[in-house]
Structures are given as structure tokens and as C-alpha cells.
Design a protein around this ligand. Structure first.
Ligand SMILES: CC(C)(COP(=O)(O)OP(=O)(O)OC[C@H]1O[C@@H](n2cnc3c(N)ncnc32)[C@H](O)[C@@H]1OP(=O)(O)O)[C@@H](O)C(=O)NCCC(=O)NCCS
Length: 202
């Protein structure tokens, strides 16, 4: 990896000074397909209300020291502290919430992708989650479901499934929920179907 890039893992109140950077990375990166997020800071503050106040939130940041800029971030939180929409399908399927950690997002600016940072974000979050809870059994994250013929799908779009499989995750298509966010070219917040992926740690 580029020697100018440092990776810093933060937890709980340590994340607070970096929230603005996280918000702007999310707004910039997640506007792309498949999230099509028409982000704004009000939505960010609302979306992060549990994350920003939790003692157990994990934020991994990548900083380009050459230009002193945060160029990527990834987040995680115990499932127990995640939003209702995230917890609900796990409760319905009989999981103990304390066995599970939820990865919210990974966002890396163009120009810094494809250099191994995304994989490192998985490694760093897993290390931090296990340090917090050595008995952890599962890690999960969600992805938005988009139809194959979605009009905004770029012709050369490559799914990230390979990356996720290589990190030890499997798609659990029966674990799904709905979540809304402001979407590019839509008047109101769009309700989207989210599908969960799980890594079994045992
Ligand atoms: C997902 C993301 C964080 C990956 O980060 P990254 O630093 O590029 O990932 P890495 O360099 O560690 O690459 C890991 C593997 O994924 C592949 N990969 C990376 N980005 C990819 C993409 N956009 N599409 C398909 N495959 C991709 C790489 O080729 C690599 O494969 P390999 O192990 O066979 O070499 C980054 O692409 C990103 O910010 N994407 C936009 C936001 C997003 O969709 N986030 C995920 C959901 S929140």
C-alpha cells in the first residue's frame, strides 16, 4: 500500500471529531450506483444518531498524509445498537443480537481504490470488533438490492460480491429489510430493499 496512507482505528467518543469527514465521504461516494444517495448533512446526522453517540462505535479512517486529507472510511457498531430496521430481521430469525456486529459502510475516494484499502478496512474492523467482544459470533453488513435492468446501472458495473466472498461473507437473501434515503432524481426518500451478508466467526 502507498506509504503516504495511514490507517487509524477509532472507537466511541474518539470518532466525534471525524464525523464531518465521514459524512462528506458518504455524500460524495454513495451518490454512485447502486446507492444513488442524494446526501445532505441533515440526513447524515439523523442516520448517525446511534453511531455518533455510542461508546462502541468503530470508525476506521484512511488518511493521505501527503495532502493531509481523509480519503476513506469504514464503520461498525454492535448490532444491538444499530437502527431498528437493521436489528428487526435478526430478531425475527432468532439471533442473539449481542452475538453480531454490523458494518455500516466502506467508502473510498476514486483514485485510492483498488490498492487494498477496502480489504484492510474489513481486517481492521474485525480486529476492533473482536477486541470489544471476544465472544462475537457473526459479522454482518447490508447491500441495496437493484434490478439487473435498473436505468442507473452503469454498463461496466462490476458487483462487489467477489470482494465480500473473499472476506469470508455469504449472502443471506432471506435476511432482508427496508430502508429509505434521499435518492438522486427522486422527490421523496426512496424505500429500498436491503439484503444482509454474514461472516460466521466460528
Ligand atoms: C468497496 C470499496 C470500499 C472497495 O475498496 P478498494 O480499496 O477499492 O478495495 P480493494 O483494493 O481492497 O479491493 C479488493 C478487491 O475488490 C475488487 N474491487 C474493488 N473495487 C471494486 C469495484 N468497484 N467493483 C468490483 N470489484 C472491486 C478489487 O479488484 C479487489 O479484488 P482482488 O482481491 O481480486 O484483487 C470501494 O470500491 C468503494 O468505496 N466503493 C464505493 C462505495 C461502496 O460501494 N461501498 C460498499 C458498500 S457501503
Amino acid at each position: 500500500m502507498n506509504k503516504n496512507i495511514s490507517i487509524i482505528t477509532l472507537q466511541g467518543p474518539q470518532i466525534v471529531p471525524f464525523l464531518k469527514h465521514l459524512y462528506s465521504l458518504r455524500i460524495e461516494v454513495l451518490q454512485e450506483f447502486p446507492y444513488l444517495y442524494a446526501g445532505n448533512e441533515d440526513y447524515e446526522i439523523q442516520y448517525s444518531k446511534h453511531f455518533s453517540h455510542s461508546e462502541n462505535s468503530i470508525l476506521v479512517i484512511a488518511r493521505d498524509n501527503h495532502v493531509n486529507k481523509i480519503i476513506g472510511a469504514a464503520t461498525a457498531i454492535p448490532l444491538e445498537e444499530a437502527d431498528d430496521e437493521v436489528r428487526r430481521p435478526f430478531l425475527q430469525k432468532g439471533y442473539n443480537l449481542e452475538d453480531v456486529f454490523f458494518y455500516r459502510e466502506s467508502v473510498i475516494l476514486h483514485g485510492f481504490r483498488g490498492k487494498g484499502l477496502g480489504k484492510l478496512f474489513f481486517v481492521e474492523r474485525e480486529k476492533a470488533a473482536l477486541k470489544q467482544n471476544p465472544k462475537l459470533k457473526y459479522i454482518t453488513f447490508w447491500t441495496v438490492e437493484r434490478t439487473a435492468d435498473h436505468p442507473a446501472r452503469p454498463r461496466n458495473y462490476k458487483s462487489l460480491s467477489n470482494l465480500w466472498h473473499k472476506q469470508g461473507f455469504q449472502e443471506f437473501s432471506q435476511l432482508r429489510t427496508q430502508f429509505s434515503w434521499p435518492e438522486v432524481d427522486k422527490q421523496n426518500n426512496a424505500l429500498n430493499t436491503m439484503v444482509f451478508w454474514i461472516k460466521n466467526l466460528h
